[in-house]
Ligand binder design. Structure first.
Ligand SMILES: Cc1cc2nc3c(=O)[nH]c(=O)nc-3n(C[C@H](O)[C@H](O)[C@H](O)COP(=O)(O)OP(=O)(O)OC[C@H]3O[C@@H](n4cnc5c(N)ncnc54)[C@H](O)[C@@H]3O)c2cc1C
Length: 397
C-alpha cells in the first residue's frame, strides 16, 4: 500500500509529537504522517523511571494525544528503507510513504549487556520495558539495577521506594562519578545506602544464568547475585542506520545545520538522534534530554512548514533521585574546573563547570526556576571564578 504525505515524520517519540503539532500550527491544512516502530502513539518517556512508579501518574496520563493534531499515525511500523531521490520510505510491512518534506526523529537505542540474558534482564527505554519490569518489581522482590547513570539511579530510587530490595551495580567509583563533584557523589552513595539500596561500585555484570523464578548474575569481582529481575541503563546510541543508508552526513548522530536541516535540504532531524551546533557553548552537541527533543521537534516542524529561524536553545535537563532533584544546563564534566556554591552542603546549591573562565555547565541542585539565568551565564564571555560566582544564583525574580 502507498501512503502520500506532504510532511512525513519517521519516529514516534517526543520529538516526533512536537513536530507534528508544530507543523499543524503553522499549516492548518497540512497532510502529516507519522510512522513509529512502537505500538503505542507518542508518550512522555521520563515518567517511565519516575512518576509511574510513585503512582501519581498512570499510563493514560503520559499519552501525548498526537492524533489530535490531525496527523495520521502509522504505529507499529519501522521504516527500513529511505530513497531520497524518489522521496519515498518503505516500512517493515512493505507499505511505502511518499513525502515532500521529511523529519527523522528516530531517537536512540539502549546499549546492551555483552550477553543474552532472557526476558528477566530488561534494557530499559520504552513503555513495553516499563510494563515488563512492573511484572517482576513487586514489594519485597530482589531487583538488580545495572548502570549508575541517569536511568539507573532514577530506577534504583523508584524501585526502592516501592519496597523492592535493590542492588545498584556500576563500574565507576561512585554514583555520578565524572558528573558530580566528588563530595556530592559520595554523599549520594551514602544517601542511597541509607535508604536501603545495596550500592556496589566498581563492578561489571559479566554473565547470567536463569534460576528457578529469577536470574543469577556473575559479577566482575567474582561474586554471584541472585535476583528476580535485572534492569539495565547503560546509555544509548543514536538510531542513525536509516540516515546512513540514505547517505546523509553522520557524526555521532545526524549532522544538522542551524535550521536543524540535514545534509539533504528536504530532510530535517531532531531529538536524541540529531547532532546540532549550540552557539552559547560554541560547539556541536548531541543530547538525550526531554527539553531538547521537544524544542528541536517543535523547531524542525515549524521550519518544515516554512518558518525559518535558527535553533539556538541550550537544552536543560533534570532528574529526581528519591527526594533530591536538580535541573542543569550545558556540560557537567568534572574534568572542567568545578566551583561549588552550597547554601546547604549537598542539599541545596549550585555547581558551576568552567573552562578558561567561561561557564560551560551549571548544576542547579534542589535549586529551582534558575534555568534561564544559568543559560545566560553560559552565554556570557566572563571571565568567571569562584569569587564572582559565589551567591550569583538563585537570582531574585
Ligand atoms: C526512562 C527514561 C527517563 C528519562 N528521564 C529524563 C529526564 O528526567 N529528563 C530528561 O531531560 N530526559 C529524560 N529522558 C530522556 C528523554 O526521554 C529523551 O531524550 C527523549 O524521549 C528523546 O526523544 P526522541 O523523540 O528524540 O527519541 P525517542 O524517545 O527514542 O523516540 C524515537 C522513536 O522512534 C522510533 N523509531 C526509531 N527508528 C525508527 C524507524 N526506522 N521507523 C519507525 N520508528 C522508528 C523508536 O521506536 C521510538 O519510538 C529519559 C529517558 C528515559 C528512557
Amino acid at each position: 500500500m502507498e501512503h502520500v504525505h506532504d510532511y512525513l515524520i519517521i519516529g514516534g517519540g517526543m520529538a516526533a509529537d512536537a513536530a507534528a503539532k508544530a507543523i499543524r500550527e503553522v499549516d492548518p491544512a497540512a497532510n502529516v504522517g507519522l510512522v513509529g516502530a512502537e505500538a503505542q502513539p507518542p508518550y512522555k518517556r521520563p515518567p517511565l523511571s519516575k512518576a509511574l512508579w510513585k503512582g501519581d501518574k498512570s499510563v493514560a496520563d503520559i499519552d501525548l494525544a498526537t492524533a489530535a493534531s490531525g496527523a495520521v499515525l502509522h504505529m507499529g511500523r519501522r521504516i527500513e528503507l529511505l530513497d531520497r531521490v524518489a522521496r519515498t520510505a518503505r516500512d517493515d510491512h512493505g507499505d511505502s510513504y511518499r513525502y515532500r518534506r521529511l523529519l527523522l526523529a528516530t531517537g536512540a537505542t539502549p546499549r546492551r549487556l555483552p550477553f543474552e540474558g532472557g526476558e528477566r534482564i530488561i534494557h530499559f527505554r520504552t513503555l513495553d520495558d516499563y510494563q515488563a519490569l512492573r511484572r517482576y518489581a513487586k514489594p519485597g522482590a530482589f531487583i538488580a539495577v545495572i548502570g549508575g547513570g541517569f536511568i539507573g539511579c532514577e530506577l534504583a530510587a523508584s524501585l526502592c521506594a516501592l519496597g523492592c530490595k535493590v542492588s545498584l551495580l556500576f563500574p565507576g567509583g561512585t554514583i555520578g562519578a565524572g558528573r558530580y563533584p566528588e563530595g556530592l557523589a559520595r554523599y549520594l552513595d551514602a544517601y542511597y545506602r541509607d535508604r536501603g539500596v545495596d550500592v556496589r561500585s566498581g563492578v561489571r555484570v559479566e554473565g547470567s544464568n536463569p534460576t528457578d523464578g529469577g536470574v543469577e548474575l556473575t559479577l566482575s569481582d567474582g561474586s554471584l547475585l541472585r535476583v528476580e529481575a535485572a534492569v539495565a541503563g547503560l546509555g544509548v546510541t543514536p538510531n542513525t542506520a536509516l540516515a546512513e543508508q540514505a547517505g546523509l552526513a553522520i557524526d555521532n548522530g545526524i549532522v544538522v545545520d542551524a535550521q536543524l536541516r540535514s545534509s539533504d535540504a528536504d530532510i530535517w532531524a531532531a531529538g536524541d538522534v540529531a547532532n546540532f551546533h549550540n552557539p552559547a557553548l560554541g560547539r556541536r552537541l548531541r543530547v538525550e534530554h526531554e527539553d531538547a527533543a521537544v524544542s528541536m521537534g517543535r523547531h524542525a516542524g515549524r521550519a518544515m512548514a516554512g518558518v525559518a529561524g535558527e535553533y539556538t536553545v541550550l537544552p536543560f535537563f533534570y532528574s529526581d533521585l528519591f527526594d533530591l532533584g536538580y535541573e542543569a544546563v550545558g556540560l557537567l564534566d568534572t574534568r572542567l574546573e568545578v566551583v561549588e556554591d552550597w547554601r546547604e552542603p549537598n542539599r541545596e546549591g549550585v555547581v558551576y563547570y568552567l573552562d578558561g573562565g567561561r561557564v560551560r555547565g551549571v548544576l542547579l541542585w534542589n535549586t529551582w526556576d534558575q534555568v534561564g539565568a544559568a543559560r545566560e551565564l553560559v552565554a556570557q564571555a566572563g571571565p568567571f571564578d569562584a569569587a564572582t560566582l559565589h551567591g550569583r544564583l538563585p537570582q531574585k525574580t
